[in-house]
Design a protein around this ligand. Sequence first.
Ligand code: NAD
Ligand code: GLY
Length: 371
Amino acid sequence: MPVTTTSSSVLIELGERSYPIAIGSALLGDARQYDALPAAVAALVVTNSTVAPLYLQRLKSALAGRYARVLEVVLPDGEEYKNWQTLQQIFDALLTSGCDRKTVLFALGGGVVGDMTGFAAASYMRGVPFVQVPTTLLAQVDSSVGGKTGINHPLGKNMIGAFYQPQLVLCDLDVLDTLPPREFSAGLAEVIKYGPIADMAFFDWLEQNIDALMARDRTALAHAVRRSCEIKAWVVGQDERESGLRAILNFGHTFGHAIEAGMGYGAWLHGEGVGAGMVMAAHLSQRLGLVDAAFVQRLTALIERAGLPVRGAVLDAQDNAGRYLELMRVDKKNEAGEIRFVLIDGPGKAVVRPAPDALVRAVIDDCCAAP
Ligand code: NAD
Ligand code: GLY
């Protein structure tokens, strides 16, 4: 039966490293989507033990006409495996199969697979082409776009990595049907963040359409993924290597990363940390006089309707705020040992700046106590 492919495309404009993000239905198994990729003898699909049974054969079949050898490596599933040992499995697969420097890597999975595959592509033989085929909402609206790749260190999240852009991002909305509800909500956190930092019209739209999104309505999803990618493309196009503006994409992440690391990777999902982290960052913005209580309430309500936590975790019963501060001191945005927060400077605009410890402590005390 012929497959009908419906799609639209967003371009990441980075000169000779520009690439398209295709968004639509029935894309993953459509061989034509891969026509413009560099020629090579071999492709290696990197995926994990959850995604492989769902989508690996479909992707491999679509690639079979283009590459003489379509190889695979199936990694263990989980944030706790985003480390050197797992990365080594990708290099092992490449080397034991005799893959040359034209080999194209395909990341089939969520942000964990995408970040690790991108880092492997950046470093194997000093760089081979790669393609992102994101299968979580979070990966479609954020992690697969913009070229941040890497792994975690026990002392800090995403601390080892490289900026390395893919050749293509293929967002097939159909694969989101199999995503567990908790993972879907985690993805919505990264969608919601684009409103307060860049586009309040999109925030209004999210308020009106959050129920449709939670029901995974395809039309609503297509708009949310597309608008998120457009905003991310706009930011990355101006500041690929995060010398300034790009840091705004980390709204909610400073507190969120502390929760993720403090609870042990995998206990809280990344998007859950971002959800609670955005509420905490909004409260800090309010304490600094940048937004009013009504805005904080609006944002909190939307995050809650997306099925996300709106209160931070208690990381240390004795000195919870102290533990947060300790963890937040390990952050790539920091300068000269000073924690820099992404704050909302009036709805729709973000600013990156330090804040007095006393205010940060007060926010943590307010936002993390038992409800
Ligand atoms: P994930 O990759 O762990 O995927 C979440 C879970 O969903 C996993 O169990 C996965 O196997 C499963 N899964 C994936 N696709 C599925 C599908 N279609 N159906 C059923 N199950 C499926 O998590 P994530 O939320 O996608 O990504 C989080 C990671 O992304 C974190 O490591 C975070 O640091 C990183 N990240 C990176 C960037 C970036 O710019 N590079 C941005 C945001 C987040
Ligand atoms: N997710 C943050 C960034 O890509 O910069």
